[in-house]
Design a protein. Structure first.
Length: 320
């Protein structure tokens, strides 16, 4: 494994200006927007709001520890269900992202320096919540020399030290395709390594500006080569304008790099600032794609309108 990359340095003025430009591109200007009339929400993607005691306890713990979750920042439709079970997906390294993905509700801008106490606080929150399977994700941190890889590794280690026997899964950015960053995270031995391709190649410039389909595939390929015993996982959101055959082609590409687990879910527009939904994919189509995924060799498949990368992650991992 490579030696740890040098730790965080504040972005210089040139880098700060670049991130500011990225931030401005990620927001709609006044008077600009998506003119299409929103599609009516079908019954199969509607969720009731849960306000249980467990839900309130989870919110209190996260607030006390000053932690971010993708559940809230990403406006996940399953937040109520997951929080009611005392589970959450922690979002590392702040609430500002250096990328401008047009499907995502996470704010864009110039991030603050890393909070060095965050790994310990996440470990403590995980312990208070009684978690046995913790999922870690993060904003993109293109401003950092190591892309945030060491912070991922420290957080994994902190959780394992706080909770003996705990399983920690990671969902990482693409680290700009850098193998040394990937090696740092995998050396901490997460139980699952997840990196989402999100959509089909034709839609990348529209949906994921700043990211590259081939780079994401290569990250998954490298992960399997570096740590063959750690399952790899990826996911797509449907309803952005892709075709059925394009999705099947992506699934074949994922199997070609030995991706083990797959999640397929419906894209749901978080706010009017994000891309509109092109189509609500019916449950039967998710079932058909799921069956196809099983047929070409995925070891675990979770396909349905409300499926998200971390939804029922523990159950998926435990089925191995």
């Amino acid at each position: 494994m490579s030696e740890p990359i040098s730790e965080v340095k504040p972005a210089d003025s040139k880098e700060a200006r670049r991130l500011a430009i990225l931030s401005s591109r990620g927001r709609r200007e006044e008077g600009e927007g998506y003119e299409e009339k929103p599609l009516r929400l079908p019954e199969w993607v509607k969720r009731s709001v849960l306000n249980t005691e467990e839900n309130r306890e989870t919110r209190t713990i996260l607030k006390e520890q000053k932690l971010n979750t993708i559940c809230e920042s990403g406006r996940c439709p399953n937040k109520g269900e997951c929080w009611a079970k005392g589970t959450a997906t922690f979002m590392l390294m702040g609430a500002l992202c250096t990328r401008t993905c047009r499907f995502c509700a996470v704010n864009k801008g110039t991030p603050s320096p890393l909070d060095e106490d965050e790994p310990a606080r996440i470990a403590e929150a995980s312990k208070q919540m009684g978690l046995r399977h913790v999922v870690l994700t993060s904003v993109n941190r293109d401003d950092l020399p190591d892309q945030g890889a060491n912070h991922f590794a420290r957080t994994i280690t902190a959780i394992k030290e706080a909770i003996p026997g705990v399983a920690v899964e990671v969902l990482t950015p693409d680290f700009q395709g850098r193998q040394e960053c990937l090696e740092i995270v995998l050396a901490a031995e997460p139980v699952v390594y997840n990196h989402n391709v999100e959509t089909v190649p034709r839609l990348y410039k529209q949906v994921r500006p700043g990211s590259k389909y081939d780079r994401s595939l290569n990250i998954l390929k490298m992960a399997k080569e570096i740590a063959p015993n750690i399952p790899t996982k990826s996911g797509l959101m449907l309803g952005c304008g892709e075709t059925f055959e394009e999705v099947k082609e992506v699934l074949r590409d994922l199997r070609a790099v030995n991706c083990d687990f797959l999640t397929l879910g419906q894209y749901l527009r978080p706010t009017r600032d994000q891309l509109p939904v092109k189509r609500y994919v019916e449950p039967a189509e998710f079932d058909e794609l799921g069956q196809y995924a099983w047929s070409i060799g995925f070891k675990m498949v979770h396909s349905g309108p409300l499926v998200r990368s971390s939804y029922h992650a523990e159950e998926l991992a435990n089925q191995l």
